[in-house]
Design a protein around this ligand. Structure first.
Ligand SMILES: *Cc1c(COP(=O)(O)O)cnc(C)c1O
Length: 414
């Protein structure tokens, strides 16, 4: 079988997993056996060895002293967060629900930070009582935290999330620059920092998160460089020395044909230069990088069983027991502008020579429920297992599981 260039990234994703007796191996087991162990399809499986390996790769690329945080909204499964908590330096949460999972997982509150617009008062109380770092995103939060701090007799630990005056170029999702609901505009910083000082909050640093899913190291370096310079300027107005400077992340993974892996080398070199400067320019600070998808995305697969095989006007449809309701992003309905296929394979026929062009669809009564649109896959029958790769991030928790009343999926870590 010759592979065309176009198919290569699909195989790069698959290559992290091996094949035994014609089946994909996940967590040491053939897929059909893993499905027996799980006891049902559909399911997500996250591979511990791949998770550990990815953290080790990032560590090797980052300079010593730069802290690595896991942004757990990418995959909040408690067992995943538990594993990650032991591997990274801190956990970034975006709700009180995530905060509970992080603390239950054993994360050190000193190294947990809480970001997000619209933090409810009750959530802020929980965060102050937990002694985690709160990334302030509005003037209202300063007022609320001042009151909560005095009620609890515990000064809130705060950093300021800055909405910078630049963007992360080439990002799948931009979360800074221009008008945004995230953070506070850099123009309003002098006023906000003065408020924080007057309120007596324990100021600890700055948080800049410019965007997500970026595959261009030059853009990431540029954003980190600009973020550092900006924080250095803002530090002059800060009520206390900067202890944490969170430069964001945005490291992307390849999903679609033609996408290249992110080159960590230049990012590590750039961070080494910034960390060097920080030693004299912000002597009490640690630089922090927060990654979600990059740490977990490639370690997970979504597995769904083919329950019907239909031919409509010459086109083959494999109807699976899972789809959009468990894996919104693979269906193309989670932020994509143009729908493209995630890497998909028939995991129980990895060595089959017979291929066909077919579509893998889910059981929902909507044409949006599409996992593979006219892809070349091994010829599959009812009972086979279809696998969606690159499914470790923004999968189960980012999908409308209640939509149409089908059973929920199961998640396992293997
Ligand atoms: C979503 C988010 C992340 C994680 O983004 P990834 O693309 O998964 O790495 C990190 N930080 C903040 C503030 C976020 O909102």
């Amino acid at each position: 079988m010759s592979l065309t260039e176009r198919q290569l990234p699909v195989h790069a994703a698959m290559n992290q997993f091996s094949v035994r007796e014609g089946e994909l191996v996940v967590g040491g087991d053939r897929l059909s056996l893993l499905a027996e162990r799980v006891g049902q399809t559909p399911f997500y499986a996250y591979d511990r060895a791949l998770l550990r390996g990815r953290v080790a790769t990032v560590r090797a690329a980052l300079p010593a002293g730069v802290k690595l945080h896991y942004a757990m909204k990418a995959n909040p499964m408690p067992a995943v967060v538990g594993l990650m908590a032991g591997l990274v330096d801190g956990i970034d949460v975006a709700s009180a629900g995530e905060l509970k999972v992080a603390l239950d997982a054993g994360a050190n509150p000193q190294e947990v930070s809480f970001a997000g617009p619209g933090k409810r008062r009750a959530e802020l109380r929980q965060a102050v009582a937990s002694r985690v770092l709160i990334n302030i995103e509005s003037f209202r939060e300063v007022v609320a935290l001042e009151a909560i701090s005095s009620e609890l007799g515990l000064p809130a630990r705060v950093a300021v999330r800055v909405n910078p005056d630049f963007e992360l170029k080439g990002s799948g999702m931009k979360m800074g620059g221009g008008p945004k609901q995230f953070g506070v505009d850099v123009e309003q910083m002098p006023e906000l920092l003065a408020d924080i000082g007057r309120a007596g909050l324990a100021f600890e640093g700055f948080h800049l998160f410019a965007g997500s899913q970026n595959l261009r190291s030059e853009s990431i370096c540029e954003a980190q460089q600009k973020s550092y310079e900006l924080a250095l300027r803002l530090a002059q107005d800060a009520p206390l020395p900067v202890r944490f400077l969170n430069l964001g992340g945005g490291f992307g993974i390849p999903y679609f044909p033609g996408e290249q892996r992110l080159d960590l080398g230049p990012i590590g070199d750039n961070l080494a230069r910034l960390a060097q400067r920080a030693q004299t320019e912000l002597p009490e600070s640690s630089l922090v990088i927060e990654l979600g998808r990059y740490l977990v995305g490639e370690a997970g697969v979504y597995v769904t069983r083919i329950v019907d095989r239909k031919i409509s006007r010459g086109q083959v449809y494999l109807v699976a027991d899972g789809g959009l309701h468990h894996h919104l992003s693979a269906s193309g309905n989670f932020g994509q502008v143009v729908r493209k296929n995630y890497p998909v394979a028939i995991g129980t026929r990895m060595d089959a020579l017979a291929k066909e062009t077919c579509s893998v669809v889910g059981p929902l009564c909507t044409p949006l429920d599409l996992l593979a649109d006219r892809m070349s896959l091994s010829v599959a029958q009812v009972g086979d297992l279809a696998v969606v790769f690159q499914s470790g991030a923004y999968g189960a928790s980012a999908s409308p599981q209640g939509f149409l009343g089908h059973p929920a999926c199961v998640e396992v870590i293997v």
